[in-house]
Design a protein around this ligand. Structure first.
Ligand SMILES: Cc1cc2nc3c(=O)[nH]c(=O)nc-3n(C[C@H](O)[C@H](O)[C@H](O)COP(=O)(O)OP(=O)(O)OC[C@H]3O[C@@H](n4cnc5c(N)ncnc54)[C@H](O)[C@@H]3O)c2cc1C
Length: 267
């Protein structure tokens, strides 16, 4: 039996992301949010491992209360229980404070074999959280995992593959371990309509909310206070200006031009 914890982040849909240039933060008000797409791969892996080896899958998210919608979706996908780690004191956390808060919540859950994170988020994309949480829990961690080959429940080991630029790497680690999974490791399943209904009817059975005091976190190490990073300035990347140029050319020249574009895989 495996006890698996998956970290998911509730992120603004990137198509809508806007920055507050003065505060240096993302404007979240009035913006649709979604589960960070790579975290759906992490949930899928956890559910597939549960189906193979038995056990339980828990999801945690340090998010504002609106993330409950995402946690319900995770439960509807088949997750056994979800924890919303939410407190005003967690606001303006950088990755260090976020990882500290998540590691306190994981310790509160207690025993676990595997903690799975997505590769990175679509709104901040540091890829810090997995390795930082691993360090804070004092257990091994491996990023960019593209396959879990085998879990040996007797020996308490896990075999994994990681794709790198010029090949693949094979790892074996002792459980418990923290991993972050590469995008494309699997195809996330759709939520099951019956579980969606059950989650709506019995939300409290499936979703628990924890504040600062519930997870025994040090108030000095969370949120803005616990964040050594300061965003000095945020600027939107300028889009390159497009220039339209009209030239006359014979049919043969046009054909050659199209051929060259295809060769260069531009079209
Ligand atoms: C100075 C500063 C101020 C900031 N202020 C705010 C703010 O006010 N509000 C705000 O929301 N963000 C804020 N951020 C962003 C915040 O630091 C990141 O959202 C957070 O630390 C996660 O980092 P990331 O998105 O790069 O995650 P990554 O490291 O790219 O994420 C990897 C994986 O970790 C997991 N993960 C990431 N975040 C969470 C989470 N919260 N809960 C569970 N799992 C998670 C997911 O599985 C994800 O795929 C601020 C950042 C800085 C530097």
């Amino acid at each position: 039996m495996l006890k698996i914890i998956v970290g998911i982040k509730w992120v603004p849909d990137t198509a809508d992301v806007k920055f507050d240039p003065v505060k240096g933060t993302i404007i979240r008000e009035g913006v649709e949010s979604i589960i960070n797409p790579p975290d759906l791969n992490a949930i899928e892996l956890a559910l597939a491992l549960k189906e193979k080896y038995g056990g339980e899958v828990y999801v945690i998210s340090m998010s504002p209360p609106s993330a409950i919608k995402g946690l319900k979706m995770a439960v509807a996908m088949g997750v056994d229980k979800a924890f919303l780690v939410s407190d005003r004191k967690f606001a303006a956390a950088d990755t260090l404070a976020t990882s500290y808060t998540l590691s306190c919540a994981i310790k509160k859950i207690g025993s676990y074999d595997l903690v799975i994170f997505g590769e990175e988020t679509i709104d901040s994309a540091t890829g810090h959280i997995g390795p930082e949480v691993g360090e804070m829990l004092g257990i091994p961690h491996l990023s960019y995992v593209t396959e879990v080959q085998e879990v040996d429940l007797q020996q308490r080991t896990i075999k994994m593959v990681r794709e790198v630029e010029d090949g693949v790497e094979f790892f074996q680690a002792n459980l418990p371990v923290v991993i972050s999974v590469g995008v494309g490791i699997n195809t996330p399943r759709y939520p099951i309509p019956l579980r969606r209904l059950l989650t709506e009817l019995e939300t409290n059975k499936y979703i628990e909310t924890w504040a600062l005091n519930d997870i025994g976190a040090d108030p000095e190490k969370v949120g803005f206070k616990g964040s050594p990073t300061r965003v000095v300035k945020v600027i939107a990347a300028p889009m390159p200006a497009r220039r339209l140029e009209i030239r006359e050319a014979s049919g043969e020249t046009v054909k050659l031009f199209i051929k060259r574009l295809k060769e260069a895989e531009i079209i």
